[in-house]
Design a protein around this ligand. Sequence first.
Ligand SMILES: Cc1cc2nc3c(=O)[nH]c(=O)nc-3n(C[C@H](O)[C@H](O)[C@H](O)COP(=O)(O)O)c2cc1C
Length: 220
Amino acid sequence: MNLDALYTLTHGLYVLGACKGERLVGSIVDAVMQTANKPVVISLSCSNTSYTKECIEESGEFSLSVLGKTINPFIVANFGFQTSRKVDKWQNVDYELIDGLPYLKDNLAIFRCKVLQKIVFDSNTLFVAEVIMAESGNCPDKPLTYLDYRSYFKNDVMDSFKKHIEGKESKMTKDNNGKKWVCTVCGYVYDGDVPFEELPEDWVCPLCGVDKTLFELQEV
Ligand SMILES: Cc1cc2nc3c(=O)[nH]c(=O)nc-3n(C[C@H](O)[C@H](O)[C@H](O)COP(=O)(O)O)c2cc1C
């Protein structure tokens, strides 16, 4: 079987949004298609490794924001190259929250979907979902396709992500001068992707549960 043949099946690119309680999660997806007109139903295929997929299984709903050809490449990198398990991706972009679900401000259209059924494969989970809200965006762009991504957009996406990571690393080195944030109660050394200063005020030490004020910068 020639698996490259599957690349001729090309869709758009979308930012998928979901939530886990108050926490917003999301990823880039291309495997979306309209499946019925009445009711309006779409199918979405999520990798079983995706944290957004886990959150959709729990909450039963998700949002989609359709990307246009002039989208900032970092949007694709932000949502496609890192996991919401570790990073608050929505904090890095302009978004609007509608009834608890996040939508990218820069969109061609947005959809809110309610899961009707799921089919689980070894690699992916297919969600069949009813579209309960659909709005056109006000930007006169054409949809960005997966083919666009593969043929010319991917390099820009990778460059934008490299710049983002380098920026974060140099900020961390400059700010902390090589030191690490250490819990003064239990000795836990913070090593997350989000700079310690940007963690929310209610963040607590994962080992002993004390708050951020009991951490200090130390040589380790
Ligand atoms: C161009 C592109 C298309 C993608 N298409 C899908 C897709 O259709 N389904 C999917 O589950 N993941 C897809 N991904 C991968 C996820 O976006 C990626 O694994 C993401 O980091 C998952 O984040 P999460 O763990 O926060 O859900 C795609 C990534 C890129 C860059």
